[in-house]
Design a protein around this ligand. Structure first.
Ligand code: IMP
Ligand code: MG
Length: 173
């Protein structure tokens, strides 16, 4: 079940998305940008932020999922790869949340082999206390505590993704 009130309201989310987009627009001025959304979780954040980034861009998606094998490793599968060639282009990976860091670390390593001109990461939420694999984060929306959150693209068993706000999820026992 989800707890009563939003953890992050629609207004807080939209304000932060705007701030991130402003910074990204400044940093990428005059550059050839490829924005990559990591599905499914990032779909809502991705569509909101790309509307506000004032730089011409190509758009593509990666579908990935991960599961933790033990405390220090996980397995990541890419279900659908990019279709754009990122060689010599400035790549911005857009992700919903960084938890252990295992997914992003794996994706980042695969994409770096394709020799982009640069590769940066924009994560809407960051659960730093859960980190297992270090990944450099260039843009972060909110630092959040170790709570399971849903909404704004984030799910629990593929539900709640459509909520326009973010809420803390507690398993009912
Ligand atoms: P990581 O590899 O542990 O960093 O996992 C990141 C992925 O796990 C995210 O892209 C989410 O899809 C999922 N995830 C991690 N924490 C949460 C959460 O609190 N709510 C919903 N999904 C989460
Ligand atoms: Mg995700």
């Amino acid at each position: 079940m989800i707890t009563g009130k939003p953890f992050l309201t629609v207004e807080q989310i939209q304000y932060k998305v705007k701030k991130l987009a402003e910074k990204i627009s400044e940093d990428y001025e005059g550059k050839d940008l490829v924005s990559i959304g990591i599905l499914k979780g990032a779909f809502m954040f991705f569509s909101d932020i790309v509307k506000l980034i004032q730089v011409p861009m190509e758009i593509d998606f990666l579908i990935a999922s991960s599961y933790i094998k033990d405390k220090t490793s996980g397995e990541v599968s890419i279900h659908a790869d990019l279709r754009v060639d990122i060689k010599n282009k400035h790549v911005l990976l857009i992700e919903d949340i960084i938890d252990t860091g295992l997914t992003l670390k794996y994706i980042r390593e695969i994409l770096l082999k394709r020799k982009p001109a640069s590769l940066k990461i924009c994560a809407f939420l960051n659960k730093k206390s859960r980190r297992i694999a270090e990944v450099p984060l260039d843009y972060v929306g909110f630092e959040i505590p170790n709570e399971y959150v849903v909404g704004y693209g984030l799910d629990y068993e593929n539900r709640y993704r459509n909520l326009p706000y973010i809420s803390i999820f507690k398993k009912s026992t």
